[in-house]
Design a protein around this ligand. Structure first.
Ligand SMILES: NC(=O)c1ccc[n+]([C@@H]2O[C@H](COP(=O)([O-])OP(=O)(O)OC[C@H]3O[C@@H](n4cnc5c(N)ncnc54)[C@H](OP(=O)(O)O)[C@@H]3O)[C@@H](O)[C@H]2O)c1
Length: 238
């Protein structure tokens, strides 16, 4: 992991769950990490926790669905560091289980704005800061390729984000920027409270395990193609 030291990284939705685990492992190998999220208190808690563990890292409040906030985020990365090596498009949200006929348009848009449009907005703002050897990791879900009744907005957004990821990879290949689809199964985080609070957590994998897989992919030498990471419980389903 030595080659990751000194790299500049942004982890969207890095204030808790999978994002904070990836941020912690990046910081531990010497990356300069900026985490984002919407809730300032959750961000502050994460920063305080990192500091208590001996890691320095920056936090910036930024909603991935807001064009202006995303623009501000990457302007400050440019001003502070002048470049970006790793963009981890991790921010995501689910929704309460609802069949299509009961799902509000507002809820549908909120989920698409975060999981799909947010990935686009952050990527578009980050590309000018990235050069050969840089990596973009898009945290999707098994829901990108598998459907779950009651989760239409989430499945549609994640499937769209997979198509976006695959297109992006082709566009950035010539520049030497790698694009990775991260496809986790069930991971024990707070996102489950949005649609299945009593889900069996003991059957899920940990956010740290997902982060370890991401670190392995990031540490692959330039010229290596790792297009997809699929990681989840060995049993497959819950
Ligand atoms: N847990 C799983 O089983 C699982 C499986 C497959 C894929 N995933 C994906 O993994 C990613 C991380 O999820 P998680 O499980 O770690 O969930 P989580 O614990 O709920 O964390 C979500 C993170 O995203 C942030 N976020 C949400 N909406 C945002 C927005 N509009 N702008 C900026 N930040 C936002 C949250 O902070 P704020 O709320 O403060 O903004 C938080 O930091 C998501 O993309 C999710 O779809 C999760």
């Amino acid at each position: 992991m030595q080659q990751l030291a000194g790299k500049i990284a942004v982890v969207t939705g890095g204030s808790r769950g999978i994002g904070v685990a990836i941020a912690r492992q990046l910081a531990a190998v010497g990356c300069a990490v900026t985490i984002t999220g919407r809730d300032p208190q959750t961000l502050e808690r994460a920063v305080a926790q990192f500091r208590s563990e001996g890691f320095a890292l920056e936090a910036q409040r930024s909603d991935v669905g807001s064009e202006s906030e995303v623009k501000n985020l990457f302007s400050s990365i440019k001003n502070r560091f002048g470049k970006l090596d790793y963009l981890i498009n991790n921010a995501g949200t689910a929704h309460a289980l609802a069949s299509v006929d009961r799902l509000s348009a507002e809820e549908f848009r909120r989920v698409v704005d975060t999981n799909l449009t947010g990935t686009f907005l952050c990527t578009r703002a980050a590309i000018p800061l990235m050069g050969a050897g840089a990596v973009i990791v898009n945290n999707l879900s098994v829901a990108a390729t598998q459907v779950f009744a009651g989760m239409s907005a989430y499945c549609a957004a994640k499937a769209g984000a997979l198509a976006f990821t695959n297109t992006l990879r082709e566009e950035l290949r010539e520049k030497g920027i790698r694009v990775l689809a991260l496809i986790p199964g069930a991971v024990d985080t707070e996102i489950w409270n949005q649609f299945w609070p009593e889900a069996p957590r003991e059957k899920m994998i940990s956010a740290e395990d997902v982060a370890r897989a991401v670190m392995l992919a990031l540490s692959m030498p330039r010229g290596t193609s790792v297009d997809e990471i699929r990681i989840g419980p060995a049993t497959g389903t819950l």
